[in-house]
Design a protein around this ligand. Structure first.
Ligand code: BGC
Length: 499
């Protein structure tokens, strides 16, 4: 799960709280899981473009790449190569269900520690791999790390953050993901010239933040909500005082106890999620996650170097272009943090969709017209492609990227919030897996038309946002029924009958 936060009842901004140094340290340490996730997203494209790596594990792809001019679009089409990238997301999808159990039974902190152990073993196996099975095994364990980390960390962050800062912190997690992606592209760029072990260094790089998370997590606390949930009332109250930096936490404490008791009464939250009145947040949460992946963003994030080579750049220029798109991603996410509570969610979703649509169409037209199956793109056209990829990434980074996570975290009612959110997360992982597994084959099969394929999806998601996504800016998350759903032209019918 990328950057999302599950906000809890009892988050009234009226509660006494300071932003303490301790909370700051906890946030930084925990958000490292986001950075590792981003690093894994960004590193695979660079590594799969490295000749030493291909020669060792994918000799057939290497041979095809040498004859690149025979078919630009198909040189990387190989199911195993795609499995190298995608296996991580499949593992993360499975792991997130286990992680949701460990984070409620054992707590958020041990779940994060488990994540860092998975990360470390995964990094060891992948970077030391002597055959493909070891390599894929390493990616699967990294996926377990992602599943555990991304389930526990957002919960952890939202529970320790003072209420007023919760929204901004939400996108900070996404920001860490984008920083991870950027670092990975820079590492790809530098390690690609180290022969023959550059790829080992690139894959091993994730070990540094994983160690940081492992040792750092010894310093952080368990969240008050998790302690109270597990009947450790005294400890819960003491922790609350420590993280809020004030003595008088009675009101927040009482409200946490109440919220936990209420949630406990709902014996089967998954069943409740299937009821009619849960339909609006469920449909919106799952759709936003699916659409987020069908913007085609990960075709760029995973395979940017490969994509840039396809349009005729040399190895280095392709890797460098990935660094440029990575930087655009980070800076534009900052713009998103600034805009989200000013312009509102709907404006950004619609504006972002429009911007991404134009870019996909321009890229598709240039490739269809000028690249052809064999030749190469002229320098000016190749530069135009890179520029439009950057504008496209910009559009994603301030809209569907962070909002795909933010909106599901603020629309489920408390009693189904963690479960609803877990489903949204696995939906994201599933479609991330689908894109990672299918993109290179689709590129080979559809050629430039792949960009029109994504354009079609962007039109659909724009219409979905226009008609079905309500504005949730400034709405109290515990009052969405009255303030959002019963006011909406379509969703109100689910409230009236289901009430
Ligand atoms: C998405 C990831 C994507 C990243 C790019 C996230 O919101 O979930 O799949 O790679 O944004 O910045």
């Amino acid at each position: 799960m990328a950057g999302g936060f599950v906000a809890f009842s009892g988050d009234s901004p009226a509660f006494q709280a300071k932003m303490t140094v301790y909370v700051f340290i906890c946030v930084v340490i925990a958000a490292f899981a986001g950075l590792i996730f981003g690093y894994d997203i960004g590193i695979s494209g660079g590594v799969t473009a490295m000749d030493d790596f291909l020669m060792k594990f994918f000799p057939a792809v290497y041979e095809r790449k040498k004859q690149a001019h025979e078919d630009n679009y198909c040189k990387y089409d190989n199911q195993f190569l795609q499995l190298f990238t995608s296996s991580l997301y499949l593992a993360a999808l499975v792991a997130s269900f286990f992680a949701s159990a460990t984070s409620s039974k054992l707590g958020r902190k041990p779940t994060m520690q488990l994540a860092s152990i998975f990360f470390l073993i995964g990094v060891g196996l992948a970077s030391g791999a002597v055959n493909m099975y070891m390599l894929i095994m390493g990616r699967i364990l990294l996926g377990f790390g992602v599943g555990f980390g991304n389930q526990a960390v957002p919960l952890f962050l939202s529970e320790i953050a003072p209420a007023k800062l919760r929204g901004g912190l939400n996108i900070v997690f996404q920001l860490m993901i984008t920083i991870g992606i950027l670092i990975a592209s820079a590492v790809n760029y530098f390690t690609s010239s180290i022969h023959p072990y550059g790829w080992r260094l690139a894959l091993g790089g994730a070990g540094i933040p994983a160690l940081f998370l492992l040792f750092g997590s010894l310093l952080i606390c368990e969240t008050p909500t998790s302690l109270i949930e597990r009947n450790k009332f005294e400890q819960g109250k003491a922790t609350l005082k420590k993280i809020r930096g004030v003595e008088d936490v009675d009101e927040e404490y009482k409200s946490l106890v109440q919220a936990c008791e209420f949630a406990r009464q709902v014996k089967d939250p998954y069943r409740r999620l299937m009821k009619r009145e849960s339909r609006p947040p469920l449909v919106i949460g799952l759709s936003l996650q699916m659409f987020q992946q069908f913007t085609g963003i990960n075709a760029v994030m995973f395979y940017a170097p490969v994509l840039f080579q396809t349009v005729g750049f040399g190895n280095d220029a392709a890797l460098l272009s990935a660094v440029i798109t990575g930087s655009v991603n980070v800076v534009s996410t900052l713009v998103g943090i600034y805009l989200v509570d000013r312009t509102g969610r709907r404006f950004l979703l619609l504006q972002g969709a429009g911007q991404m649509l134009i870019c996909q169409l321009v890229i598709g037209i240039i490739l269809a017209k000028d690249l052809g199956v064999t030749g190469t793109l002229g320098k000016p056209e190749a530069i135009v492609v890179v520029v439009f990829v950057c504008i496209y990434v910009m559009g994603f980074a301030w809209s569907w990227g962070p909002l795909g996570w933010l909106i599901p975290s603020e629309t489920f009612p408390l009693e189904t919030r963690t479960q609803g959110y877990a489903l949204a997360v696995s939906c994201n992982m599933f479609f991330t897996f689908v894109i990672a597994q299918a993109f290179l084959s689709m590129l080979c099969w559809m050629k430039a038309a792949i960009f029109f394929f994504f354009s079609g999806w962007i039109v659909k998601m724009g219409l979905f946002a226009l008609f079905y996504v309500p504005e949730t800016k400034g709405v109290s998350i515990d009052d969405t029924r009255d303030n959002v759903w019963t006011q909406h032209w379509y969703w109100k019918r689910f409230m009236l009958r289901g009430a």
